[in-house]
Design a protein around this ligand. Sequence first.
Ligand SMILES: Cc1ncc(COP(=O)(O)O)c(C=O)c1O
Length: 375
Amino acid sequence: MADRTVLTAANFHLGASTYLLNHSVGRPLKSAEAAFHQAYFAPWAEQDEGIWPAWLSTIDQFRQSLGQLFDAPAERFCPQSNLSSGLTKLVMSLPQLVSGQVLMSEQDFPTIGYVLAKALPRGREQIRFIPAELDVTDPNVWAEHMGSQTVLLFLSHAYSNTGAQAPLAEVVELARTRDILSVVDVAQSAGVLPLSLTHLAPDFVLGSTVKWLCGGPGAGYLYIAPERLAECQPKDVGWFSHANPFAMNIHEFQYHEGSERFWGGTPSVAPYAIAAHSVGALVGHGIDAIRQHNLSLQQQLIEALGERVVSPWEPERRSGTVILHLGAHQSQLAPALKAAGIAVDERAQGVRVSPHLYNSADDVARLIEVVKGLS
Ligand SMILES: Cc1ncc(COP(=O)(O)O)c(C=O)c1O
């Protein structure tokens, strides 16, 4: 188990502004600098005959911390540089996708559409989109779009543009009963929405540590359910995907029996040194505690701003992000918040506000004051 350590704002690299952009990039832990030195540079002092055992143990720690975060065995997670790259490898590895369709939503992050249109054998014609105007929080919408052609379902756990959560458990279960493979994107939920992969039992999960996990870019991951491994035959491989990376026979390649078959060539190490520390620290603090704090600051916004909050109000339907829209006054909102030193951003649905454990009720009160001054 990770150490139980309560984190506060003082543990993070924060600037002068009130930072509410955690759906974009989470702020790094101050302790990540020493942890990075310890994992990446310090081993050279003791192991100048071979650095890899120490470096690989850092990547192992990263996988262990993901195991704790997602309540699943560590060996099911294969490091990937980001979701796009992991999805490309996954889609190209599945023989089932020679024909058939992938079901996704127009509300998914655009990179997913770009990847699928290029990586699927017949490209765009193999994608079925749920139109953006339909309600992806309603399991019936998913049920209606799963057709006889659907081979794979792509589902985002949280949508940062609408501040909504997908009905993950219902939709993954629905896919399972119809023999459709499921891939869950946890980029916007990992670290703020507790998730047990043992309970959910999806086929695949893709994520990173960029946002709520505060672990920076470069430390992505692909989770593969054990019963799916044998049918996955990645095309994008390398010696770390080999059953024995040191076999060194150029004519013979044999897939690693585990999730490592998706690994590739020489792995990057530096991002995992930072991310292993960060995920471990956040798990130590408790993802439930992070979510409770996030929900209480969201509640403060909803109670003070009412209809100006256009994202879901029911706690179980909310993602980590609240969306604000002021109708006719909307164009003034982002500039006013910027002038007040409050960091947020804006999408078509409204201004995105994402409170993390280092944000306080005072931060939210200041934001509320600015909003009330406009409308
Ligand atoms: C839901 C979701 N998926 C994926 C990504 C990014 O994917 P990648 O790791 O390939 O950059 C984002 C980035 O904001 C996201 O919000």
